[in-house]
Design a protein around this ligand. Structure first.
Ligand SMILES: [Zn+2]
Length: 253
């Protein structure tokens, strides 16, 4: 069984060239979006075109959110409105109900505080009009579109988490935004492929820290959340590209 992942954004929060770090898992029963950056609809359209994998934003019923920084969550407004408008009309998405947002409790708790000023329709609408919120507890794996999703809180400027996403014996590790944290990397290390963030900041993970990891770990790691000036020559860990399709296979243990 292969877990198939289309990368739609690889940039840091301040990138002028790339969409915010995000991806779509397309091997589940329906597509799962990992984080929802600025201009998400354009990111999905461009990612579809460059990968050759068609991703219809109206077919995305599950969104995993690592944390509420804009480069990971600003696209929720557009996704929310897109689905809401479709449900008001006669489009095929009508019967699907509101998309689900999966997040850890501290992220879910402040979601509406973040979206309400743009979406409360002068006080008549609530979060439930746009999204169904599912809290993932770090002690209990969730099932999302047929895939198992585990979370681990990450150390960042605000509450956030990383993910381990498994399907048929294959596991994708996704660091989320995090300072360099050996315990977080240790948790991710059971994955067959690890997507790890890197940005030169004390609240992110500088590339020198990842370069010091064991070779076996570096070999199954790919980079995301790069600054525009990131230089591939400083590391043997390959940076991801927008439109790239990852095929994650399980390894016999
Ligand atoms: Zn962040």
């Amino acid at each position: 069984m292969t877990l198939r992942v289309v990368i739609i954004g690889t940039g840091s929060a301040l990138s002028t060239r790339h969409f915010g770090s995000s991806a779509v898992i397309v091997s589940g029963s329906s597509p799962i979006l990992i984080d929802c950056p600025d201009s998400v609809l354009r990111a999905l359209a461009q990612g579809s075109q460059s990968s050759g994998v068609t991703i219809d934003p109206l077919c995305i019923q599950d969104i995993l959110i690592t944390h509420l920084h804009g480069d990971h969550a600003n696209g929720l407004e557009a996704m929310g409105w897109l689905h809401w408008i479709a449900r008001q009309g006669t489009r095929a998405a009508d019967s699907r109900g509101a998309p689900r947002i999966h997040a850890i409790a501290p992220v879910a708790a402040r979601l509406w505080e973040r979206l309400a000023p743009a979406m409360d329709q002068n006080g008549s609408a609530t979060l439930a009009d746009y999204f169904s919120v599912k809290i993932i507890d770090p002690s209990t794996p969730a099932i999302v579109a047929g895939l198992q999703v585990e979370v681990r809180p990450a150390e960042h400027l605000i509450p956030g988490c990383g993910f381990r996403i498994s399907q048929g014996g294959a596991t994708l590790g996704w660091s989320g935004d995090t300072r360099f944290d050996p315990a977080h990397i240790d948790w991710l290390s059971s994955a067959d492929l690890i997507v790890h963030e890197t940005t030169e900041s004390r609240v992110h993970t500088p590339i020198a820290c990842l370069n010091a990891l064991a070779p076996a770990l570096r070999r199954k790691m790919r980079l995301i959340h790069m600054e525009d000036l990131f230089d591939q020559a400083v590391t043997d860990i390959a940076a991801l590209h927008e439109g790239e399709v990852l095929e994650v296979s399980g390894t016999p243990r």
